[in-house]
Design a protein around this ligand. Structure first.
Ligand code: AMP
Length: 357
């Protein structure tokens, strides 16, 4: 892990009145760079050759840096250029996936918005549970061995991106039968997590924590469209009887949602508790956007099964702001723009190092 002091040293050399906000051209880059431009920053998309023309086409993107592969962002000459141009990088889902948490922690000297220590906590399920437990957040029961399965469970694998390979089982027999048919390497197969399947409504809560104004904000909520599960529920059960179609959970889109207002106090409690626990576990804790993946059960309890500790693609719904961001801001406030606003506020009061690592 590169010590924070090293990154602070790089940041100390930056000209604060000519900062460029940059990210990898993918995922939520358009939202991030549009938001940065709206806040008055220069903007940079870093992408492979095949995507360069696409990103050059947007008038809010000032520069496009073409690299051979996304991991090339770690190359000495690329980082030297980014640092010379006062670039602050914004991590997003594809950024973390392509560059990998380990390389970001150990090889990326370019200042990154947020606290990179969080990558460690979000990518390791055991650590994630420790975090949720400390925050007092309800989590699905986990079974350490298939013989313990006594209800419907969802079986998950690391590296099975976007839910690919996940399956449901009701007992050990079903588990053994289904795991045989999964197309994963032996190493991936042996690294399964057996989790109680929570029945209810899924809500993906998009939060933002500002260390500058010391506040947790709810910027939006969405529900993910997942394939093929969202197609399967449209087929009457009598037509499915006799078929063994395994549901899949691969994200294909996002739909906006508002929750009944009486749920909002509990939602804010979840956001605040997650931030509070993160400050204790990896000070100064989580910074900027994060998303809690939850299921709200019929007795109005939230069970959280995952956290994404950075901007999620579901925020792309709310380029003009969400019903919740509109209550907080009298102007269109996407999560991308909120990130740039935080950087701007931090620069203005001389505290940029507090939102960068
Ligand atoms: P994940 O990879 O943990 O984000 O899970 C992918 C998808 O699987 C989620 O978006 C949910 O639709 C579903 N899912 C995951 N865990 C659970 C759970 N414990 N109970 C119900 N559905 C779940």
């Amino acid at each position: 892990m590169i010590p924070k002091k090293e990154i602070d040293k790089v940041l100390a050399g930056y000209e604060n009145d000519s900062i460029t906000i940059g990210t990898i051209g993918s995922h939520s880059a358009l939202q991030i760079l549009k938001g940065a431009k709206d806040e008055g920053f220069d903007t940079l998309a870093i992408c492979t050759k095949d995507r360069a023309e696409f990103y050059k086409d947007w008038n809010f993107i000032d520069n496009v840096l073409v690299i051979g592969s996304y991991k090339d962002i770690l190359k000495k000459n690329v980082q030297e250029k980014l640092i010379k141009d006062n670039v602050i990088l914004i991590p997003h889902g594809s950024f973390v996936e392509y560059v990998t948490p380990k390389s970001i922690e150990e090889k990326l000297y370019t200042p990154l918005f947020g606290n990179r220590s969080v990558l460690h906590w979000e990518s390791d399920r055991r650590k994630g549970r420790e975090w949720f437990n400390l925050a007092g957040i309800k989590i699905p029961k986990e079974f350490s061995h298939p013989s313990e399965i006594d209800r419907i469970v969802i079986v998950k694998f690391p590296g099975a991106k976007g839910g690919r390979g996940y399956f449901l089982a009701r007992n050990e027999g079903e588990f053994n039968k289904k795991i045989k048919g999964i197309k994963l390497t032996m190493k991936e197969k042996n690294n399964f997590t057996i989790q109680e399947y929570i029945i209810g409504t899924r809500f993906y809560l998009q939060f933002f924590y500002s260390p500058i104004i010391k506040k947790v904000e709810l910027l939006g909520i969405d529900i993910r469209y997942e394939s093929n599960i969202d197609g399967l529920v449209r087929i009457p059960s009598y037509l499915l009887a006799g078929y063994e179609i395994e549901p899949g959970y691969v994200v294909t889109g996002n739909i906006p949602v508002v929750v009944r207002e009486s749920l909002l106090p509990r939602i804010m409690e979840i956001g605040n508790n997650i931030v509070g626990a993160s400050k204790r576990l990896f000070p100064p804790g989580i910074i900027g956007p994060f998303c809690m993946e939850t299921v709200c059960t019929e007795d109005m309890n939230f069970v959280s099964f995952e956290i994404s500790a950075r901007i999620v693609a579901g925020t792309n719904l709310y380029l003009q702001g969400s019903p919740y961001s509109q209550l907080l801001y009298d102007e269109p406030m996407s999560t991308g723009r909120r990130i740039a606003r935080e950087i701007k506020m931090a620069v203005d009061i001389g505290k940029l190092a507090e939102v960068i690592y």
